[in-house]
Design a protein around this ligand. Structure first.
Ligand code: IPD
Ligand code: CA
Length: 281
């Protein structure tokens, strides 16, 4: 069961900070472990939506480690993980976990992959999946970066406050995006990127949605958009981006960010990027 049956709990700033501390510690611990496992060698354990959508043994081991550490710290909370962890809990708080975001980079030993951990509460209006993170952490172990946020208290990178860029012009914006794993999804994404590319400084495809959003939060990318994300890809990092000043948008005014679109940008360019991404051909 993935839905939380308990009502949305009141989360004080103190509790959100405590949850952020747990997310940070667990993400760092899992980050160290996945680096050890990668350095020992990696193999594809299974495929998911397509032959290129892979799972490694490390994804599964890291998710088991994360789930065990969260259960130790918060035994009554729920857990939802990319590799199948699913427990509704009784507190109304659900931990949304991506044990390795950027699995293809991990497989190829490219350095951009991350562990993403968010403590979420039910909120049908905030994100398309019906949950909102109140605390979250993203650890990118190869670059030694730990991004943390709790709701209303800002976002940090290795303990220092971060902020989105001051970019005012879409034409000068460096924009991150990503692509799904199925041909049909990619064909749609290719049409969108063909519209965006001539209108921006350039495009980056780093390979980890959680890290992309943290780059927007740090002002190292001006903006990011992607269609087809899952809750574990963005739960922690969308909070980090929002706390760093990003505006988050969904596909239209009635649809919260998430699936089918999550766009994150400084407010000055969010509208122009959204118009470009969603324009009909
Ligand atoms: C993927 C990465 C990628 C994004 C895909 C995600 P995974 O997650 O975040 O950057 O473009 O949409 O599925 O499979 O590496 O956990
Ligand atoms: Ca992911």
């Amino acid at each position: 069961m993935t839905e939380n049956s308990a009502p949305a709990p009141a989360v004080s700033a103190a509790l959100a900070a405590e949850l952020a501390g747990i997310a940070a510690t667990v993400a760092e611990t899992a980050g160290r472990r996945i680096v050890q496992l990668r350095d020992a060698g990696v193999d594809v354990a299974a495929t998911k939506s397509s032959a290129t959508d892979v799972v490694t043994a490390a994804d599964r081991e890291a998710e088991r480690l994360v789930a065990a550490l969260i259960r130790e710290a918060r035994p009554d909370d729920g857990i939802l993980g990319e590799e199948g962890a699913s427990d509704s809990g009784t507190t109304g708080i659900t931990w949304v976990v991506d044990p390795i975001d950027g699995t293809v980079n991990y497989l190829y030993d490219l350095p951009v992959f991350s562990v993403s951990i968010a403590a979420t509460v039910p909120d049908p209006t905030a994100f398309a999946d019906g949950r909102r993170a109140v605390a979250g952490a993203v650890c990118a172990p190869r670059s030694g970066e730990l991004f943390v946020a709790s709701e209303g208290c800002g976002a940090t990178r290795n303990g220092a406050a971060i902020r989105v860029s001051a970019q005012q012009e879409l034409g000068l914006a460096l924009v991150g995006t990503g692509f799904g794993y199925t041909s049909k999804r990619r064909a749609e994404q290719a049409e969108v990127v063909a519209r965006v590319l001539p209108r921006v400084r350039d495009i980056r495809r780093l390979g980890s949605a959680a890290y992309d959003l943290c780059m927007v939060a740090s002002g190292r990318l001006d903006a990011y958009y992607e269609r087809g994300l899952q809750p574990w890809d963005y739960a922690a990092a969308a909070l980090i981006a929002r706390e760093a000043g990003a505006e988050l948008r969904g596909v239209d005014d009635r649809t919260p960010p998430g699936e089918p679109l999550l766009l994150a940008a400084p407010p000055a360019i969010a509208g122009a990027l959204h118009d470009t991404v969603s324009a009909q051909r």
